[in-house]
Design a protein around this ligand. Structure first.
Ligand SMILES: [Zn+2]
Length: 417
């Protein structure tokens, strides 16, 4: 077992020279929206809830799953994708590869024709993926799959569900093989993937092993340079919600809200005010943006669609309108992979103050590295008159004695100034 303390010690970040500060990308607070429990066509809840009830008891899962539609239609996915493109909203969208054991998306899903599934996958690949990272949410989001047979394991109960403590006591290699199986289904579908999402509490009891396994599996199957995963959130309080760089490295992304767009099972009316209030003054997103940390919201696809009433979708649209009205160009929507890359560079790059500028030794490319330091002017970049106008290749003055520069970094040694 690797302890949390050992992980942190292994990642002692390089110390920045006095007066140098790495800012948010383009000096704007990153926003992102995490969508869980989506897949192609299958309404996950309709099929998952009886399996949850079997493992955890009917009293904990009293939802009337028999009355739920089997399908979340592609016409809705298309409208959602169009809206996100027009509004510039970005984030993560799950594609559960073998949703609730109904069938593998790359083989056969009973209830739909092969053509319907292929069309649905293409819709995700062409319309959704440009603005949304695609993640598997393990294999089924319900029963553990025996990787040798491809069927659910014989054992039943909560220890044999992906949502609970199956990982406890298992090695990073064993967990990585499980995650790689999920990823390989998405690879067969030609869906690009740089991260994974934990269904429920997947990883519980083996957090360090799970973190290593997520990085290992994403590197192995997709050759991703900077793998990331989503498992954790703080929906209140002062704890940092910035991404954490863990050994591998792999980036752990934190959401900063609960699901306030209807909950995973459509059990609550959406509460957009909890993200940002109608008068634009309060709410968890406002709190985190004012702190200057990436503000990453959370929803479940099932509640976004809300059994056809689209209540979660309406709430999302309202929240995005309010964020834009309040913050405008002080914020910027980014995919999780973009945020992960920035934070990996921010944590691992070595910055040195030199005569007339900075040198930055970066482990990765970074398209919009933004840094503030004491200097009077820069010669080789284009000067802009405000922070809001910063873009790669530009610099601006910040008070009498500082400059802020935004530059595309290349992997290796860079000179800014
Ligand atoms: Zn989920």
């Amino acid at each position: 077992m690797i302890s949390r303390r050992e992980i942190l010690a292994a990642l002692a970040a390089p110390v920045l020279p006095q007066g140098v500060e790495i800012l948010n990308p383009r000096a704007r607070v990153p926003l992102s929206w995490i969508i869980d429990d989506s897949t192609c066509l299958v309404n996950l809840n309709r099929f998952a809830i009886p399996q949850f009830a079997d493992a955890m008891g009917r009293d904990r899962y009293p939802q009337d799953w028999r009355s739920m539609p089997h399908e979340i239609p592609d016409s809705f996915v298309r409208r959602f994708a169009e809206w996100s493109r027009e509004a510039g909203v970005k984030g993560k969208y799950s594609v559960v590869p073998f949703p609730a054991c109904t069938g593998r998306l790359d083989r056969e899903v009973p209830g739909w024709t092969r053509q319907e599934i292929e069309d649905s996958v293409r819709l995700v690949r062409e319309q959704v993926a440009p603005n949304w990272d695609i993640h598997p949410e393990m294999i089924t989001h319900t029963r553990i799959i025996d990787l040798k047979t491809g069927h659910p394991v014989e054992q039943r109960g909560r220890a044999w569900m992906e949502n609970w403590e199956w990982c406890a006591g298992r090695s990073a290699d064993e967990i990585a093989a499980y995650i790689a199986y999920a990823l390989s289904i998405l690879r067969n579908l030609e869906l690009p993937c740089e991260g994974v999402t934990s269904p429920g509490g997947f990883g519980a009891g083996a957090l360090a092993e799970y973190s290593l396994a997520a990085g290992q599996a994403v590197r192995q199957v997709f050759r991703a340079e900077i793998p990331h995963y989503f498992r954790n959130l703080f929906d209140k309080g002062n704890e940092s919600v910035a991404p954490r760089i863990e050994p591998g490295p792999v980036v752990s992304i934190y959401a900063c809200t609960g699901d306030w767009t209807g909950n995973w099972d459509c059990s609550r009316e959406p509460e957009p005010d909890r993200y940002i209030s109608a008068d634009l003054k309060r709410g968890r997103m406002v709190e985190v943006i004012e702190r200057g940390e990436p503000a990453i919201a959370l929803s479940h696809w099932t509640g976004v669609w809300f059994n056809g009433r689209e209540l979660g979708f309406k709430a999302m649209q309202e929240v995005v309108r309010r964020l834009d009205a309040r913050f405008g160009r002080a914020v910027r929507w980014m995919k999780l992979a973009e945020i992960a890359r920035y934070w990996a560079v921010k944590s691992l790059a070595k910055v040195t103050l030199e005569e007339g500028g900075l040198s930055v030794d970066s482990p990765y490319d970074c398209p919009d590295f933004t840094v503030r330091w004491p200097a009077s002017s820069l010669r080789r970049l284009r000067e802009v008159t405000s922070r809001a106008a910063l873009e790669p290749g530009a610099w601006t003055r910040d008070g009498p004695a500082h400059v802020i520069a935004c530059v595309p970094l290349r992997k290796g040694l860079n000179r800014i100034g």
